[in-house]
Design a protein around this ligand. Structure first.
Ligand code: HEC
Length: 727
């Protein structure tokens, strides 16, 4: 019998579930917190000048991208191509969560500040992993339903003795770096709307910069700057117009009046849904031009036909935007995907660098980005002028870029009700996984992926922002009984690779093919190394010049986050946060046919000669067999297929195949019993754990149809290994 382990509460009857709490998610602070004063005298006394000089103190990791230019290139070289084979585990720290972890640790004054799922912050002794304090922001777990891509967090910012945290429910918090005590907390969003924060704040000249997410459900995006000492709003830049196209009394007013308003029609779903354009990841301080360059997300809803039938470019969706660092006033923009229709966010890593682009190799300061749409862009950092762009993966939606960098779309890409299979899909050719840049080799390292998607117009689009609201039909291409071999074909189409990209020549220098998509963020070092993990658990070091794999270690959980490196008492450490989760782990259970080892998120820190062991998670087992009978007419199961794809697949896995982050409904006791199912799905019995009630979206008949579909999938899986994803 094949078994996988899942948290025990998932297999219990619904009546006792209330007593279970959040299984395997122990986020309470440990009782024996060490007095912080025993560790170091100065705590995170970080200033703009100190971050600007980060290159002179490579023993620290002061900001999310390692330095203001966000190159993630460290000058440390004790761990290098010669010594890396001796790299072993120095220490591990248990983040006490079974949800996704995407955090890059900050290391300053010997202390590591790292975030975990549900926006929990852990402060650790960076040399030993000993816990100093834990900050639990007390999030109502029901907000998990607003998180498109797991309840993740990518890290904190440090400045002037404080730690800055974006909380999943939209708060921005300042903590005392020494004690973890709350200094101030500000609500940065309208919490009646489905906003979330997963990205790391950045701090420049006394201002904390923070964006948000939520464009899959329906929100209006913006970037805000808050006073670092008081938490008061200093400026805000909106990325889409307000419904009346009137002034917001914001930094963005002038440019909307001047050029952005006219790129939007007067009607369409954007008027209600806010149009999207959330600033959920990249925010870069360009100290040379004293400006902030940030990446803007996709349209809401995705499908422009519904969002804005007038067919405009919809500024500033899917753009890089530069604003004055002091005032937020507009400086320039470069739109990567005009009139976005496919969830092609341009929030991916933005890296600033000097490239030999001028005559006789004269240097030019540029911003580089490899957004979801599959093109690698180089633009002038001072003006946003397009310099060059080429596809870094196979793409089918466009044939190239014109002389201004505007994509030349193929007409079919603007899909109708007949599904089209397209590359990239909504998960992108590159997602949030941090890219890095080695200035000695002039190479950008891209965690690239090929995840095709069937796009079709959603004939049942209602514009309801309380649920996923994309205008693209998530049921396109699914059916209760798939032809034999379908899953193998899908799996074979999912590809991931590490690409060393020459941004001057706009071509790959070398490529490492991975065994799956969703490979992790990158660390580049002057030791001639590139570090990268994979969601499947391998963490490896490659020769930066050739791509040869020099070292790897199984970290026993998802390893997708951006690794970091630091030095204490002459010892170089390499660190990565691990945890099974994120958008891909939620939707693409089918990509992991052998199942996934159960895991609890960790910080895993390596040093030369380290010999610690990464402990296995001790989670209980569930039988991978259907617990209820196959039932329901063909019509009922077909209806359940559509409702599942629309309402459940984003969390419980496409085709009802879960990779184990959240319960695999096929093997659940709750699926076996109509009363238990009703109490969870429409009754909200597990709402406090993030499984909200669907009473406003599903009738009892529709809910029961989903149950019939899930059980059909369970029995199909047992009958036919190929369609079930059972190993
Ligand atoms: C936003 C994410 C999300 C969506 C969308 C979602 N769920 Fe859930 N679901 C969860 C979480 C989180 C849990 C685990 C709750 C817990 O740990 O107690 C869960 C648990 C469940 C369970 C209990 C399974 C068990 O064995 O414990 C059932 C049944 C369920 N969901 C059904 C559904 C159905 C049906 C849909 C679609 C109509 C759906 N869910 C959509 C997040 C989601």
């Amino acid at each position: 019998m094949i078994q996988i382990r899942i948290p025990i509460c998932s297999s219990l009857a619904v009546l006792v579930l209330a007593a279970c709490g959040a299984p395997a998610e122990r986020t309470t602070p440990a009782a024996d917190t060490v007095a912080a004063s025993e560790v170091e005298a100065a705590f995170a006394n970080v200033s703009t000048a100190r971050i600007l000089a980060a290159a002179e103190t490579p023993e620290e990791w002061l900001t999310y991208g390692g330095n203001y230019d966000e190159t993630r290139h460290s000058l440390l070289q004790k761990v290098n191509t010669e010594t890396v084979s001796r790299l072993g585990v120095a220490w591990t720290y248990d983040l006490r969560t079974s949800r996704g972890v995407e955090s890059t640790p900050i290391v300053v004054d010997g202390v590591m500040y790292v975030t975990s799922a549900w926006s929990v912050v852990h402060a650790l002794d960076a040399a030993t992993g000993e816990e100093l304090w834990v900050h639990e922001p007390d999030v109502d777990r029901a907000v998990g339903v607003n998180a498109c891509c797991d309840v993740v967090n990518r890290g904190v910012a440090v400045y002037d003795g404080k730690i800055y945290l974006g909380v999943i429910d939209g708060r921005l918090q300042a903590l005392d770096a020494e004690t973890g005590e709350l200094v101030w907390s500000t609500v940065t969003v309208d919490q009646s709307k489905p906003y979330t924060i997963t990205g790391a704040p950045r701090v420049v000249d006394g201002k904390v910069l923070i964006g948000n997410g939520g464009a899959e459900l329906g929100v209006r995006g913006y970037l805000s700057a808050y006073d670092a000492s008081t938490g008061k709003l200093v400026w805000r830049f909106y990325t889409t117009p307000n419904p009346e196209k009137e002034e917001d009394n914001a930094a963005s007013d002038a440019v909307f009046a001047e050029l952005a308003n006219e790129t939007w029609g007067d009607e369409g779903a954007w008027v209600e849904d806010g149009g999207g354009g959330t600033v959920w990841d990249s925010i870069v301080y360009d100290h040379v031009n004293d400006q902030i360059i940030f990446g803007v997300g996709n349209g809401s809803p995705w499908n422009r036909t519904f969002r804005d039938p007038s067919g405009g470019d919809n500024l500033f969706l899917s753009s890089m935007v530069a604003v004055d660092a002091d005032t937020g006033a507009y400086k320039w923009h470069f739109q990567t995907t005009p009139g976005d229709n496919w969830d092609y966010t341009a929030t991916q890593t933005i890296i600033l660098a000097d490239l030999p682009l001028g005559e006789d190799g004269a240097m030019r300061r540029v911003a580089m980005q490899a957004p979801k749409n599959g093109f690698f862009y180089v633009v002038d950092a001072a003006t946003g002028e397009f310099i060059s762009g080429e596809p870094f993966v196979p793409i089918t939606w466009a044939t190239g870029l014109d002389e201004n960098g505007r994509p030349i779309e193929v007409p079919e890409a603007r899909y109708g009700t007949t599904p089209i299979l397209q590359l990239p899909g909504a998960l992108g050719a590159h997602n949030w996984h941090p890219m890095a840049f080695n200035p000695d080799l002039n190479l950008a390292y891209i965690p690239a992926q090929e995840i095709p998607q069937a796009y079709a117009e959603d004939s049942r689009f209602t514009g309801d922002p309380a649920t996923w609201n994309t205008g693209a039909d998530f049921a396109a291409g699914t059916a209760p009984d798939l032809p034999p071999g379908t899953l193998e074909a899908i799996r074979a189409s999912l590809k991931g690779r590490l690409i060393a990209w020459d941004p001057v020549a706009q071509e790959a220098r070398w490529t490492v093919e991975h065994d799956n998509a969703w490979n992790g963020g990158i660390l580049s070092t002057a030791g001639g190394l590139v570090f990268q993990g994979k969601l499947g658990g391998e963490f490896a070091a490659y020769n930066a010049a050739t791509g040869d794999k020099l070292w790897s270690h199984d970290v026993k959980s998802g390893a997708a986050s951006g690794p970091g490196t630091f030095e204490i008492d002459g010892e170089q450490y390499v660190t990565i946060t691990t945890g099974w989760g994120s958008a891909y782990a939620l939707v693409a259970g089918m990509a992991y046919p052998d199942g996934v080892p159960p895991s609890v998120g960790k910080v895993v820190t390596f040093k030369l000669g380290g010999n610690a062991i990464i402990a296995d998670a001790d989670l209980p087992m569930v039988e991978r067999t259907p617990k209820g009978e196959d039932f329901g007419s063909a019509e009922m199961v077909a209806a359940g297929t559509v409702h599942f794809a629309r309402h459940c697949a984003v969390c419980h896995g496409q085709l009802a195949i879960s990779s184990g982050v959240l319960p695999d409904l096929r093997w659940s006791q709750i699926t076996a019993d109509t009363g238990s199912w009703e109490s969870v799905v429409r009754g909200g019995a597990l709402a406090s754990n993030g499984m909200v009630s669907f009473v406003d979206h599903l009738t009892p008949e529709e809910s029961e149809a989903i149950r019939a579909y899930v059980l059909r999938q369970a029995h199909n899986a047992v009958a036919d290994e190929a369609t079930g994803g059972t190993p």
